[in-house]
Design a protein around this ligand. Sequence first.
Ligand SMILES: *Cc1c(COP(=O)(O)O)cnc(C)c1O
Length: 372
Amino acid sequence: MKQEVTSVPLSGPYLGEREEELVLEVLRSGRLSLGPTIDRFEELVAERVDAPYAAAVSSGTTGLHLLCIAAGISPGDEVITSPYSFAASANCFLYEGGTPVFADIDARTLNLDPAAVEAAVTERTKAIVAVDIYGYPCELDELRAIADRHGLALIDDSCEAFGAEYRGAPIGSHGTSSVFAFYPNKQLTTGEGGMVVTHSEEEWHLIRSLRNQGRPEPGGWLEHVRLGFNYRLSDIAAALGIGQIERLDEILARRSEAASRYTELLGPVDGLGLPAADDADHRRSWFVYVVLFPDSEARERVVAAFEREGIGYNRYLPSLHLQPYLQERFGFEEGLCPVAEDASSRSLALPFFTGIEAAAQERVAEVLTSAL
Ligand SMILES: *Cc1c(COP(=O)(O)O)cnc(C)c1O
């Protein structure tokens, strides 16, 4: 008998006995922090994304912050970034006194448009923080070329893109410093957590020191050679991460299958924009499933129906330059990034997680279609 679907959550982690077993092992070992489980998790991530160095941190946000420090961003420096993102990709350099310069996005990929980035470069530009939004790789090579031409640092906020591929190789392998995040709605989770991936041994040592109170590497417990932070990941969290990495292929395959099912169900719906398809250069890792309605009025009609039916949703993503704290401080106005603003007014994340059932997706599609 087909199970009746009553309510569908927006998101949720995918955990099993293996994760429980690994966490229990750490608890019994007594090495809850700065232990061998962290090293093992770092090795597994580095191996998986084909990068030489990885450093675990307490969140995606803290990882991005440390990369901004490593890039030398300081007060007065301009940093070009995407307005169509989560706040952390701008906050990471605001912490260091950087000034955000929002360049508009490409309407197909919803990632930074390299031409807009190039046009935004000034004498004060110090860095570009790119984002692989919704797990779709950004235009890394074009952005790298712009950064090199102007002597800028390039940081890739890959917090939504673990497992994605750009030009046939994993995000993380291309030489650009990246950060992955492991909050429970991400492809893989450690509860809270993140991973900085770098191709520079020097940067790797710096990140390891910064996350650990500025202690030297190697060095003593009460020796501090720079202003550091406690941005460490615990071994308990790392154990969870190891369990998740072990079945990453299964996780990514299930997510990709769920995405295909939505695409099949929603493809025929008139006027509904679906996530950008993969092409020769971009292979998405499915983080969320975000659709674009013809206008915000249509979106709100669907939101009202989801509310009535107990279906999870979120209006991913508001444009950052119009967030109150940034508008108040920098005076950004509507119209600054029309492509991003347009997407923000019409986009909606549907329930999407590794263990989502076909029946739940059918219910979502049914409610969405009849509301339209
Ligand atoms: C999740 C995410 C982050 C980091 O989030 P944390 O909650 O700090 O781990 C950063 N940028 C983007 C685009 C994200 O989606």
